[in-house]
Write a protein that binds this ligand. Structure first.
Ligand code: PLP
Length: 406
């Protein structure tokens, strides 16, 4: 149900988003999803348990304990594998308590003491902290590379490099990495796994496995759930890698709760509708803001002025719903714009049906002074907008009126 490999039209379909992995017969003939709210699963007798432990009951569609698996969670995993997977290579997926649980569990599954990880400097702040601060305690080394700089990435790879971590598009400047080149450069250097956090893309806009990426990570809290009401994380990739990560998840306990899986599974059903609407509205908002006298610069990969425009156009079928812009006049002028917004809510996070706005220098990076902000590449007057599903015209008018207030 997916189009040609490696083309911008190779996208996940709404048909898969609604139906893939669906159980044909639900309890009570229900059409809606089933929440199997249980911590553990019963065995009829010791003989059944013994058959299960020996793997003799291969067709028995059953679980053992909630930290290992749950039917509601599994249904979501199967659907995500269908949305991200390629037709020529099988894919499996795992669900986690949140995006960071997916990131940390994946890295712990694939890296050990003495290994080296390369990641781009603009990756999600907590991922960067996990690698640069926490993994150092386990003797896992790292190198940070400037956003999208593949020559530098190539130079950073060492004999002990096990993992390259990337995001595309990245937060908050929507930098895109040329995925085909990323794979080519990395794989030429040895058996190195390439992991892409594609939270900002969603499988509607880009499917990294098509380009040879080993594992795709999502914070399902964002577009997949889509309603700002649940936390979740997803990892998708080749079954043998996913199997390693599943074992690690069973130890770390970073599993998704069945009720969260139900909510995210329900959100997924409208993923195509939401993301296509968000793509269109974000493009309209970005275009309108770029022409405003109080806006210094707009960052949206859909604009020809963006440094990733050409890459994004080649490997994505939509540019996503996050638009960042720098307000002329500095930190306070940006705060005035944020405060003048009527439709967007001031909140961190992104990807939901409600438009959210935040000024990173006051939100995620509030403890940094201007010099420290410059070091992490965050402009004090930067505003990040996560476009929701309100009417396009309403949002454009609201944003234009808000930047008038700068
Ligand atoms: C939000 C986010 C995460 C972390 O996800 P949580 O669900 O909040 O744990 C990781 N990566 C990206 C790109 C994100 O936007």
């Amino acid at each position: 149900m997916t189009a040609k490999k490696g083309s911008a039209t190779s996208v996940a379909t709404s048909t898969d988003a609604i139906h893939a992995g669906e159980r044909t017969l639900r309890p009570y003939h229900a059409v809606g999803g089933t929440i199997v709210q249980t911590a553990t699963y019963q065995f009829k007798d010791s003989a059944e348990l013994t058959r299960y432990q020996r793997g003799e009951d291969a067709d028995a569609d059953r679980e053992e304990y909630g930290r290992y698996s749950n039917p509601t969670v599994r249904e979501l995993e199967v659907r995500m594998a269908a949305l991200e997977g390629t037709s020529d290579k099988g894919a499996d997926a795992l669900a986690f308590a949140c995006g960071m649980a997916a990131v940390t569990t994946t890295v712990f599954a694939l890296a050990k003491t003495g290994d080296h990880i390369v990641l781009f400097r603009d990756c999600y702040r907590r991922t960067r902290q996990f690698v640069t601060q926490m993994l150092a305690r386990f003797g896992i080394e790292h190198t940070l590379v400037e956003p999208g700089d593949l020559a530098n990435l190539e130079a950073a790879i060492r004999p002990n490099t096990k993992l390259v971590l990337s995001e595309s598009p990245s937060n908050p400047y929507t930098h895109c990495v040329d995925l085909e080149e990323l794979v080519r450069v990395t794989k030429a250097k040895g058996r190195i796994r390439v992991v892409v956090d594609a939270t900002f893309a969603t499988p509607i806009n880009c499917r990294p496995l098509e380009y040879g990426i080993d594992l795709v990570i999502h914070s399902a809290t964002k577009y997949l759930g889509g309603h700002n009401d649940v936390l979740g994380g997803i990892v998708v990739g080749a079954p043998h890698l996913v199997s390693l990560i599943r074992d690690t998840r069973g130890i770390l306990g970073s599993v998704m709760d069945p009720h969260a899986a139900f909510l995210i599974g329900r959100g997924l059903k409208t993923l195509g509708l939401r993301v296509r609407q968000q793509n269109a509205t974000a493009m309209a908002v970005a275009t309108a803001l770029e022409g405003h006298a109080n806006v210094e610069r707009v960052y949206y990969a859909g604009l020809p002025s963006h440094s990733s425009h050409e890459i994004a156009t080649r490997q994505m079928s939509g540019y996503g719903g996050v638009v960042s812009f720098v307000v002329k006049g500095g930190r306070d002028a940006a705060a005035r714009v944020v405060d003048a917004c009527k439709i967007p809510t001031i909140a961190s996070s992104l990807g939901g049906v409600e438009t959210l706005v935040d000024q990173p220098s006051l939100m995620s990076y509030f403890e940094l002074n201007d010099e420290e902000l410059a070091a992490v590449g965050i402009h004090p007057a930067l505003v990040r907008l996560s476009v929701g599903c309100e009417e396009t015209d309403d949002l454009v008018a609201d944003l234009l009126a808000a930047v008038d207030a700068a």
